[in-house]
Write a protein that binds this ligand. Structure first.
Ligand code: OAD
Length: 252
C-alpha cells in the first residue's frame, strides 16, 4: 500500500501529463475556509437546529414554501459566510486552470472557486449569492437585497420572496448544468474527486461518466468509490494542494 506522500507524488505526475482535468468537489474543499461541511462530526447535519427540525428538512422545497422565516434564519446562521476566503485548494485549481484545461465541477454553493479565480466552474447545486424573485423572476445579487420585518428578502419590484439560486431537496438540478458536468467528466483524462462524501444523488452519479486514465480521490474520511481509484489520499485537501503546488513548481 502506497503512503499518502507517494500518492501525492503520483498525483502530481498525473496532473503534469494530463491534457484535460476535472476536479469534482464538495463541502470538504471549503472547511479550511471556515465553512462547515454537512456530514462530518461537526457538520451542519449533525447539530440540533434552532428550528428543532432536521437541517436536511429545512433545506427542502416544501419547508421553504411553508416556513420562509425559519428557512432564511437557518440560511443566515448556517450557510452564509460572505467573508470566507478561498484556501490553498481553491487557489491551486485556479492557478492550474491558467496552465491547462481544467473544469471544476462543484456541489458547493459558496462561490469560493470563482473568488479564487477559477473561470470554468460548473455549480451543480447553484450559488447562495445569485438570487431570484419567486414571483416575477427578477435576478439580484445577494448584496442588493432588502429584508422585511421577518428577515425574508423581498423583491423591490413586486414584493415577492427572493431566494438563492440553489438546489433544495425535492428540486431538480438544472439540465444544462448537468450536461456541462457530464461533458467535462466524460472527456477528461484525469478526474480528481475531493472533499465530498459522494452520497448525494444525482451529483455523485456523474463521476460514473469518467472514461479517462486516472481517478484520484482526496478526502479526510473513506468513501465507497475508493476501490476504483488509482490514487487515494486521506489528508486535508488544502495541505495536499500546497504539496502539489511545491511539486509542480506552481505559485498561488
Ligand atoms: P459532506 O459533508 O457530505 O462531505 C464532505 C466530506 O469532506 C466528508 O467526507 C469529510 O470527511 C471531507 N472533508 C472535510 N474537510 C476536509 C478537508 N479539509 N480535506 C479533505 N476532506 C475533507 O459534503 P458534500 O459531499 O459536499 O447539498 O455533500 C453533498 C451535498 O449534500 C451538498 O452539496 C449539500 C448537502 O445536502 C445541497 O446543498 C443541495
Amino acid at each position: 500500500m502506497a503512503t499518502d506522500e507517494e500518492e501525492v507524488k503520483q498525483l502530481a505526475k498525473a496532473i503534469k501529463s494530463a491534457q484535460s482535468i476535472v476536479f469534482f468537489g464538495g463541502a470538504g474543499v471549503s472547511t479550511a475556509s471556515g465553512i462547515p461541511d454537512f456530514r462530518s462530526s461537526n457538520g451542519i447535519y449533525q447539530k440540533e437546529t434552532k428550528q428543532r427540525v432536521p437541517a436536511e428538512e429545512i433545506l427542502s422545497h416544501h419547508f421553504f414554501l411553508a416556513h420562509p422565516k425559519a428557512f432564511f434564519e437557518f440560511e443566515r446562521d448556517n450557510l452564509l459566510f460572505p467573508a470566507a476566503k478561498p484556501n490553498a485548494m481553491h487557489l491551486f485549481l485556479a492557478a492550474l486552470e491558467r496552465l491547462k484545461k481544467v473544469t471544476v465541477v462543484t456541489q458547493n454553493i459558496d462561490d469560493l472557486h470563482q473568488k479564487a479565480g477559477s473561470k470554468n466552474v460548473v455549480e451543480l447545486h447553484g450559488s447562495l449569492y445569485r438570487m431570484y424573485c419567486t414571483e416575477c423572476g427578477t435576478t439580484y445579487d445577494r448584496s442588493e437585497l432588502s429584508y422585511d420585518a421577518d428577515g425574508i428578502p423581498r423583491c423591490p419590484k413586486c414584493g415577492g420572496i427572493v431566494r438563492a439560486d440553489v438546489v433544495l431537496y425535492e428540486e431538480m438540478l438544472d439540465p444544462d448544468t448537468i450536461k456541462r458536468a457530464i461533458s467535462a467528466i466524460s472527456t477528461a483524462d484525469l478526474l480528481i474527486v475531493g472533499g465530498t462524501s459522494l452520497v448525494v444523488y444525482p451529483a455523485n452519479s456523474f463521476i460514473n461518466y469518467f472514461r479517462g486514465k486516472t481517478l484520484a480521490i482526496i478526502n479526510k474520511s473513506r468513501v465507497a468509490e475508493e476501490q476504483r481509484a488509482q490514487i487515494v489520499i486521506h489528508q486535508p485537501i488544502e495541505e495536499v494542494a500546497k504539496e502539489l503546488g511545491k511539486q509542480l513548481n506552481m505559485e498561488f
